[in-house]
Each structure stands twice: as C-alpha cells, then as structure tokens.
Design a protein around this ligand. Structure first.
Ligand code: SF4
Length: 343
C-alpha cells in the first residue's frame, strides 16, 4: 500500500507545517483513482491537539490501536436525522441534517451526549454509506449537513465530501481542534460551529482533561474565520458560510464565561462571527461526581453573563431561553437514519 504524508495543498496556508506529517494518507494522487474503503489509512494520528501519534486501526472490528478518542477510522454514527434544536440559522424551518458521530477527543464530565461520546454507542458505516446519509437527509428537507463531533473522523468525512453537496456543510465541534485539520477542510466545510468552552485552564483540565483548551481552540477558531470570512445568512435565514461560536455557561463558572466573552469581543468586530450564549446546561454524564457543577445554572448567573456580553458589544448571535435547560432536547441516540432502509 502506498502512503503519502502530505498533499499538494498550499503549504503556506498552514501554521503548523510540521504537524502535517502523518495527518492523512490516501492514495488517490498515486493511483489517480478514488480509493476503495480500505485503501486509505493514516500512519500517525495527529488530527487533534491530543496528537496521539498512533496508527489507528480502520474498523472497530480490527485489532490495533486507538488513541485518546478510542475510535477507529471508519465512522460510527449514533443518529442521522433532521434536528430542530440548533440555532435558528442552522435549524431553519425544516431542520438541520444532523449526523451524530460516536466518540470524542474531549471527555467532558458533564457531556449531554455522554452515551455516544464516552460509551460510543452507534453503528459503523462506510464512507459511501456516510455520503448516502447526507443525500437522504437532504431529500427530507435538511437545510445543511450538520456534522456533530466529527473531528476524529476527519479522514472519512473528507472523502465523503469529495464532491460538493448542494447544501452547506456545518462542522459542529467541541473546539479542541488543530489548525492543520481546520485548514485541510477549507474547501469542504462552509460553516463552522465550534464550542469555546473554557478560557480558564483549571476548569478545562478538571472538566475536559484539556488544560491547553483555550490556546488550541482560539487558534482553530481564528483559522476557521480566515477561511470563511464574515458570516453570511441568506434571505431565508440560513447560514451559508461563516463561524458561529458556542459557549455553554457552566454552574459556578461565570468568570470563565466572562473571559470567553472578552476574547470574542477583542478578536472579532461586529458582523464577523456569530456568537451563541447557551444556558441549556443540565447535569449529565459524570457530573454527579463533581458536586459544584451538579446543578443547572441559576437565573442570576445567566443574567450576569448576558449583561456582560451586551456591555462588551457582542451583538451578532443568540441567547437561550430558560426552558432550553431540559433533557427533553437531547435526541434519542437509537441509530435512527444510520442503516440503509430496504426499498
Ligand atoms: S483524533 Fe483521536 S487518535 Fe487522533 S490525535 Fe485526536 S484523540 Fe488522538
């Protein structure tokens, strides 16, 4: 099997050129043909800041290495369905075409998708099936294809998007991303939905095992913005391109939120990026082991954060109603839409 260790992209585009080594290997440029499902392989995984540098096995059925995300290379999907609970410019009137991937490169103790992020509940599919799923969602009316927690499957996603889709591709991620991976997807992804969870490294270490989260996430977000430019919402209210930064307020973490808001206000001018201040926190996953976050946020906490956002002049974006803090908004991760239905 032939491998390539970089590709003919404009290397000057990358900020961490050395990190390209071993990033993604597939042999199309060598054979001139689309690779078959098992013909692509990554030599050393550094898709995300964990930089595990292991050779990942292809399928969950294979013996071999898994990194921090404990994922093989073929995508495991927990749900693929229209989703109405994203921000209005993503969900629109008909719904976002969400594809929920199992596994994660973060391990947030309070994750509301714990059963898929940590337990990796889902069904493994081929790249071809992944692309079919996109078109099934589009046929149902999806405004976009909304890839949820996609980072550890970047190689398969890249191949599934080898030809453009008729709707925008939304990369809905935890924010703990590598600049080179964002850059690699620049012609595939039109809309970026990164979380910016922490500015506080102590909280990032305690709750997501990622003390360097802020440094990595902000570098990635700035790269996303370089690629898309200012956001563009069309006449029907749907995001066509741009960056929408999400921040979930955690109980007792108002100062962390304020530092995140200051970063956004200092870095982006009005009209450049969208911002979503989220109050939907409900204790999930292992939150009960962390008593200080084992409760919803209070009205006072939310109001303090919202007022500070206004004070800083962040005007493009969304706030959430109190009613959004409810487990009823967590979808069923039951394999809906993953397997091809018999005609
Ligand atoms: S994608 Fe997974 S295996 Fe690769 S560097 Fe990140 S955590 Fe490690």
């Amino acid at each position: 099997m032939n491998f390539i260790y970089s590709w003919n992209a404009d290397i000057s585009f990358f900020h961490e050129e050395k990190e390209v080594l071993g990033f993604l290997c597939y042999n199309k440029k060598i054979t001139g043909k689309e690779p078959a499902e098992r013909e692509y392989i990554m030599s050393i995984c550094n898709l995300c800041p964990r930089a595990c540098k292991i050779e990942r096995k292809i399928s969950v059925k294979d013996k071999g290495n898994v990194g921090y995300c404990r994922s093989a290379m073929l995508p495991v999907i927990s749900r693929a369905a229209l989703h109405h609970w994203e921000e209005p410019c993503i969900a629109g009137s008909r719904g976002a075409g969400t594809v929920f991937f199992a596994g994660c490169n973060l391990s947030c103790v309070y994750c509301q998708n714990y059963e898929i992020s940590e337990m990796r509940k889902g069904i493994e599919v081929s790249v071809e099936r992944l692309r079919e799923i996109y078109f099934e969602l589009i046929a149902k009316g999806a405004h976009n294809i909304d890839l949820v927690t996609p980072t550890h499957y970047t190689h398969a996603i890249f191949q599934s998007l080898r030809d453009p889709l008729p709707v925008p591709v939304v990369y809905n991620c935890g924010g703990y991303e590598s600049v080179h991976t964002v850059a690699f997807l620049r012609n595939k992804v039109q809309c970026w939905l990164p979380d910016l969870k922490y500015a506080d490294s102590i909280a990032a270490a305690r709750y997501s095992d990622a003390p360097d989260y802020f440094e990595k996430a902000t570098a990635a977000i700035e790269q996303m913005f370089r690629q898309t430019g200012p956001y563009d919402i069309d006449s029907s209210g749907i995001l066509r391109k741009g960056v929408l930064i999400r921040h979930l307020i955690l109980p007792g973490q108002v100062e962390n939120t304020k530092k995140v808001l200051e970063y956004v206000a200092d870095t982006f001018a009005p009209g450049e990026v969208l911002f979503s201040l989220m109050r939907q926190y409900v204790p999930c996953g292992r939150a009960a082991e962390y008593p200080e976050i084992n409760r919803p946020i209070t009205d006072e906490e939310y109001e303090e954060c919202e007022s500070y956002m206004e004070e800083l002049g962040i005007v493009d974006g969304y706030v959430q109603q109190k009613a959004s803090s409810d487990k009823m908004f967590i979808p069923a991760f039951d394999g809906t839409g993953v397997l091809k239905r018999e005609e």
